[in-house]
Each structure stands twice: as C-alpha cells, then as structure tokens.
Design a protein around this ligand. Structure first.
Ligand code: NI
Length: 221
C-alpha cells in the first residue's frame, strides 16, 4: 500500500524513483467538494436524463442501462465547476515533478460505478515520452482502495523501455495499490505501467484526471 507523502522534497524523489506518489490534500477542501458536486451532476445527466455524447464513454450490459466509465474532454462540458480544473496549485504541483513550464493537455472524469464497473486494463499512457516530462494528476473524489478499484502501479516501470510487454511487467510485479482518501491527489508519470480492478463494492470510485506536460514536447510522437 502507498501511504500519503507529506514532504514535497520526498514527493519528488518518490515520483522520480517509483513513477507515482500519493501527495494527500493539496487542494482546498471546498474546491474538492465543489468539483465532486459538479462531477455528480455530470454523471446524473447520463444516468438520470439520458444524455449521451461522444465524450461520454460507456459500455452496454445485457438488459440493463449502459455503464458510464469516462467523461472525456471534461473541461469542455457545460458545468460551472469547470473553472476549478485550472486552479494554479495544480499546475504548480505538476511543475514540481516535470519542471517549468507546464501546460494542461487533457482533462477527464474517470468513474467506477458501484457493483457494475469493469477494471481498467493495464497500460502505459505515453510510453514514447522521456520520463519526467509529463504526468497525470488524479483528484480523488472518493475514498478508494483495492475493494473499489483504486489505481495500481508497478514501481519503477516508468523507467523501463518504451516497447516493454505490459502484461509481463504487471505479472512480475510488484503490483502496488494506491489507496486514497477523498480529496487526495495522486500523481503518476505517463510512462508508468498501471491499471485498476473492477468495483464489486457498493462505493463509488470517481477521479478527475488532468494530464500536464512540458509544452515543448510533441504528445503524438
Ligand atoms: Ni492510464
């Protein structure tokens, strides 16, 4: 299990060595609370009002309502809390890990509905970038652990070659779960080998994920 790291100097070291770190509560609690309320309303547009769009990623289940698992382009959805995604403390935090300057390059709400959510297959987000040039910051909107499908990663896998076999690295392990409390931030290198399990529990697991990168790099390379 990954414990909260309180000291920014240690954050950076853990990120450099492990490729991920749980930094705890960096955002003001009121900011997290407003983001969670906004995220809950966005989800209810799908579950209660039947809203669909190409940004609302979901899968079908036999004879049941579809399961929403991601709202892509979160910053472009029509919700008043979208401005909070641009809080300067998030960019400042990212800069501690990947250096100045940073730019936010992607925003998403990743969600695991109680009992019905599937796991996320193990993968790397951008294996062709150099280590410590881009990171994902997850704003955890719920307490999470292995029981409701929290993030899991293989420490040090962000330093492995771009063409590695993801399943082989996962199976060799160690697979380290990264639990979180509501409001915690978890940061990982986009090269990290990571995934997560399903959510058979009766508790939501929702995270807002923001990717930050050095603006000088080409993300599609
Ligand atoms: Ni990922």
């Amino acid at each position: 299990m990954t414990m909260v790291v309180q000291d920014p100097a240690v954050w950076v070291e853990r990120f450099r060595v492990d490729g991920f770190v749980r930094v705890g509560q960096v955002l003001d609690r009121d900011v997290t609370r407003r983001l969670k309320a906004g995220a809950t309303r966005l989800i209810s547009r799908f579950t209660d009002e039947g809203h669909t769009s190409t940004d609302y990623w979901n899968f079908d289940v036999d004879e049941q309502p579809p399961v929403l698992y991601r709202i892509h382009n979160l910053e472009k959805q029509d919700w008043p809390e979208a401005e909070l995604l641009h809080r300067p403390e998030l960019a400042r935090l990212a800069a501690q890990f990947i250096g100045e300057p940073v730019v936010a390059t992607a925003f998403a709400l990743v969600l695991k509905e109680p009992r019905r959510a599937a796991g996320v297959p193990w993968h790397r987000d951008r294996p062709h970038l150099a280590p410590q040039t881009a990171c994902n910051i997850s704003i955890c909107l719920d307490a999470a652990g292995p029981a409701n499908g929290c993030l899991e990663g293989v420490p040090g896998s962000h330093l492995m070659p771009a063409d590695l076999d993801v399943e082989a690295v996962r199976d060799a392990g160690p697979r380290v779960p990264v639990p979180s409390d509501e409001g915690d931030l978890v940061v990982h290198d986009v090269r990290l080998v990571h995934g997560s399990g399903p959510n058979p529990s009766d508790r939501w697991r929702r995270t807002i994920v923001i990717e930050f990168a050095d603006p000088a790099i080409r993300l599609e390379a």
